[in-house]
Design a protein around this ligand. Structure first.
Ligand code: SAM
Length: 235
């Protein structure tokens, strides 16, 4: 990997906000999911939670590669998702078009926060609403009752980004170093990453120039030399 590319990756990962996330409750249309993941990447969200019956994967397309940079955790039930998020000390906000919901701009997003978005047609489930800490709404002044879910996500997440920028929260690395290196290896050396996974090996460390700093045992287990690896990745 070129040092410039590694530096760019580091700059992005050092801004990741591990205590800001979204939970997609049955949001299932691929173009909506992809657009939300793209926004998550843009505001520095590291992990997205989903409540999907089947374990869908993030898709390419609208996400233009951002799905490779945003991790996903799927939960089988909304109860399981809520327990995980609250267990991490997050306030859970459910986006919900109700008269009692708080204007989304009146929330403090510098606190550890998870924002839950509901299914395209039916919105969030009653169970999710009952378990959330706050209902939030994006005020609507027109004839239509609601926004597209990916538009709603962008508005809320950019308010969170605005508040966190003012609070200086993008100036301190939150992502553990090992996770930074794992993402750098996965995306900077995609072919070696796949080979490494196929062989069931631990991911190698990356040095400050973005080079693989593995010991001889790792290279032997990979059955490839560093020179061959460089050639493989540059093709
Ligand atoms: N009839 C559904 C309802 O009453 O919730 C509408 C669902 S809306 C199209 C899909 C999702 O987009 C919602 O669950 C919410 O996450 C988000 N959303 C859309 N407009 C919103 C708004 N004005 N305020 C908050 N969330 C909104």
């Amino acid at each position: 990997m070129q040092p410039e590319r590694y530096q760019r990756i580091r700059d992005v990962l050092e801004k990741r906000q591990t205590d800001l996330t979204v939970c997609l409750e049955n949001v299932h249309k691929p173009h909506n999911v992809s657009a939300i993941v793209r926004t998550c990447d843009a505001v520095g969200i590291h992990r997205v939670h989903t409540v999907w019956e089947k374990k869908y994967q993030f898709r390419r397309g609208t996400a233009v590669g951002s799905q490779q940079w945003v991790r996903q955790t799927n939960h089988d039930t909304i109860g399981e998702a809520m327990a995980a998020l609250k267990g991490q000390g997050m306030q859970v906000l459910v986006t919900h078009l109700s008269d009692t919901a708080v204007d989304f701009r009146d929330i403090d997003y510098t606190k550890p926060t998870a924002v839950l978005f509901g299914q395209e047609k039916y919105g969030a489930t009653d169970e999710a609403k009952a378990m959330a800490d706050h209902d939030i709404v994006i005020p609507m002044m027109g004839m239509v009752q609601s926004l597209n879910v990916s538009v709603a996500a962008a508005l809320v997440l950019y308010e969170a980004q605005r508040q966190r920028t003012i609070a200086g929260m993008y100036n301190t690395q939150q992502l553990p170093e090992q996770e930074c290196q794992a993402l750098a290896f996965q995306n900077g050396y995609p072919r070696l990453f796949k080979l490494c996974q196929r062989k069931g090996l631990a991911l190698p460390p990356i040095n400050s120039h973005g080079e693989i700093a593995a010991d001889d045992d790792w290279w032997q287990a990979m059955q490839i030399t560093q020179a061959e690896a460089n050639a493989l990745e540059s093709n």
